[in-house]
Ligand binder design. Sequence first.
Ligand code: FAD
Ligand code: SF4
Length: 481
Amino acid sequence: MAKITGFLEFGREKTHYRPLAERLKDWQQVMEPLPAKTLNEQAARCMDCGIPFCHQGCPLGNLIPDWNDLVYRERWADAIERLHATNNFPEFTGTLCPAPCEGSCVLGINNDPVSIKAVELAIIERAFAEGWIAPLPPVVETGRKVAVVGSGPAGLAAAQQLRRAGHRVTVFERDDRLGGLLRYGIPEFKMEKRVLDRRLAQLRAEGVEFRVNAHVGVDVDVAELKRDFHAVLLAGGATVPRDLPLPGRELKGVHFAMEYLTLANRRLEGDRVADDRDLRAEGKHVVIIGGGDTGADCLGTAHRQQAKHITQLEIMARPPNVRGADNPWPEWPRIYRTSSAHEEGGERVYSVSTKRFVDDGRGALRGIEIVDVELKQANGRMSFEEVPDTTRELPCELALLAMGFVHPERGVLDQFGVRVTERGNVWRDGNWMTSVEGVFTAGDMQRGQSLIVWAIAEGRSAAAGIDRFLMGGTELPAPLP
Ligand SMILES: Cc1cc2nc3c(=O)[nH]c(=O)nc-3n(C[C@H](O)[C@H](O)[C@H](O)COP(=O)(O)OP(=O)(O)OC[C@H]3O[C@@H](n4cnc5c(N)ncnc54)[C@H](O)[C@@H]3O)c2cc1C
Ligand code: SF4
C-alpha cells in the first residue's frame, strides 16, 4: 500500500490546464502534467483495497493499486512495466479516457476518488522521457500473416500484440494518415498528434507494416486479402453519423461534427484544404447539436477559430452536480461535467429539441428553431414532449450535428459477408471471430460507438483470439471475454 494515511492526509488534485488566455491562442494540448510532489501525494491516496473496484471499472483490467504504490515509492521503471502489462497505449488513455476506473474507485464512496488517470499519464511520460520505451520485436517469426483493417486504437493495439507474438502484420488504412479518430476526430488541444506519431514509430520499428490510402473493399480487394493473409481483423470503427433530417437540413452551413473536426485537424497537419469558408467558425454564430464529448471537441475548435458565439444544445435535462439516488457507486457517475472546452466559454442549453434549420433566403443557414422539451413517461415508454409557447430562433450560420454514430459502414462488411447484429454492428463469437472463418473484429465496429479504452481492450482480446486460431493456443492476454 502506498501510504497508510495518504487518503486522510491529501485531497484530490484537479486536472491542471494551461491558463485560458494562453491556450485559446494556440492549438497545443491544454492539459498539463502534475508537479512531482503533487503526483506523489495523489498516488499516496490509494488505499490498496482488498477488492479494488477500480480493476472492475477499467475494461483493460489495469493493475491500478500496484502502480499507485510504485509511483509513491518512486519505482518508475517497475511502474511502467506493470502499466504496459495491461495497456499498449497508456498515453492515449492517460490523456483522453473519461476514467471509468475513477468512477468505481472505493475512495469515491465518501470522498473524491484517486487521480488514477493523472498517475497513469505521469508513468508513461516519465518512461518516454527516460528512454525506456523501446521497440519489442518478436524473437521468433511464425510465418503467419494477419491483415488489420483500420488504424484506430483497436487496430493498433491488435497489431502490436500480434506482431509481438511473431506474426507478420499489415494494417490497411483508407485515410492518408494513421490513427483513426485519434488522428482526424480528436483535436490537437486534447491530445497532440506527436503523441500518436511517437507510438506509431514504435510499432513500425517492431515490424508492423502500414498501408495508407488503402480502402479495403474499394482500393484493396477483399478476395485478395482473404487469399493473401491467414487471418483478417475488421477494426474499421463505427463511422455512420446520426443525422437530423429536419426541414432545412440541406442548407449551406449544416454539417456533421466529423466533417468539421476532420478539416480542422487537416489544416493543423499542414494540408491545403480547398475553399472551406462554409466549414470555419470564424465570426459566426455556431450551434452544436449534441451535448457530449464530440460536441465539446467542436466547441474547443470553434473557440480557437474565433466564433462570435457558440451554443451547445442537449435534449436531455442538465445532469445533477452529485450522484443521484438512482446512480450509486460504483456505477459510472451521471453528473454535470465541465471539460476544458466548456471552461473556455460558450453556452450550454439543456432540455431543448431542434425543430428546423432556417434559410436566409439564399440557401444558407440563418438560424435554428428550437423548443423546450420535457421527458415524459407513459405506459413504460419515455418520450419528449414540447413545452407550449417556448419555440424560438437562435441565430446560427454554422450548425454542427454531434449526436453520435449509429453503426459501422456496410460496404466492406457485405463484401466480407459477415453477419451484423440488430444494431448494425459486426457479430462475433467468444473468440472474437465473425460469422466468416478467419475474419475477426474489434473496437467500435463490433461494439458500436464507444471509448478508446474499450477499443484497446478489444484489440488486445481479438489479438489473443487470432493467435489462438493461428497457433492452436495463445499466451496473449485477453482482458475481455
Ligand atoms: C470527435 C470524437 C472525440 C472522441 N473523444 C474521445 C475521448 O476523448 N476519449 C475516448 O475515450 N474516446 C473518444 N472518442 C471515441 C473514440 O475515439 C473511439 O471509441 C475509438 O477511436 C474507436 O476506435 P476504433 O479503433 O474502433 O475505430 P476508429 O478510431 O474509428 O478507427 C477506425 C479506422 O478504420 C478506418 N477504416 C474504416 N473502414 C476501412 C476500410 N474499409 N479500409 C481501410 N480502413 C478503414 C477508418 O478510416 C479509421 O481510421 C471520440 C470520438 C469522436 C468521434
Ligand atoms: S479502488 Fe481506488 S483506492 Fe482502492 S485500490 Fe483502486 S484506486 Fe486505490
